[in-house]
Design a protein around this ligand. Structure first.
Ligand code: S3P
Length: 175
């Protein structure tokens, strides 16, 4: 059985596969995957969409930072999938690194668009021109993602199994 060297933190744009890849890693390692959006929803008692609509994005962003503050430095080995906007706040970039090895799942905007058209759960993409919004947000976040990452991994054209297999080699102890 493979074993993680340290906790893994998956970052990247909405739709890049953080949850799916996280589940694949978890299955291979007989671990579970944790997700910051889900943890925030549990703390708030409502969905991310409802937090954005009722409290506003800044409240959600503060909840993200508070969560990382609580998770950082934990002894528990975890696989953590992180909301797509987490690295935007400078303070979060350092906190992410304190949570584990940060893997940036990099994806092309067109792939995100194809995957997420019709999705209603991402408040930031509920607009007339989602591809334009994806392009703008992704360019604006490029530096934040790259600066946060210990490993940058391009996911386009690869299957989930291929990605999981390659990441396992990168983050597990030698057998
Ligand atoms: C967001 C990404 C979402 C969620 C929220 C904001 C973003 O998570 O945190 O809708 O700013 O990119 P996923 O990346 O899991 O979709």
């Amino acid at each position: 059985m493979k074993k993680l060297k340290k906790s893994v933190v998956l970052i990247g744009f909405m739709g890049c596969g953080k949850s799916t890849i996280g589940r694949g890693l978890a299955r291979a390692l007989e671990m579970s995957v944790e997700d910051t959006d889900t943890m925030i929803e549990e703390r708030a008692g409502k969905s991310v969409s409802a937090i954005f609509a009722e409290d506003g994005e800044p409240v959600f962003r503060n909840m993200e930072t508070e969560l990382l503050e609580d998770l950082k430095g934990s002894e528990t080995l975890r696989i953590l999938s992180v909301g797509g906007g987490m690295p935007v706040k400078q303070v979060n970039r350092g906190l992410l690194k304190e949570c584990g090895t940060v893997i940036y799942l990099r994806i092309r905007p067109e792939t995100v668009y194809d995957r997420l058209k019709g999705d209603t759960t991402r408040p930031l993409l509920q607009c007339e021109e989602p591809l334009e919004r994806i392009n703008t947000l992704m360019s604006a976040r490029k530096e934040a993602y790259e600066e946060s990452a210990d490993i940058i991994f391009d996911v386009d054209g690869l299957s989930v199994d291929e990605i999981v297999e390659q990441l396992l080699d990168a983050v597990c102890e030698a057998e």
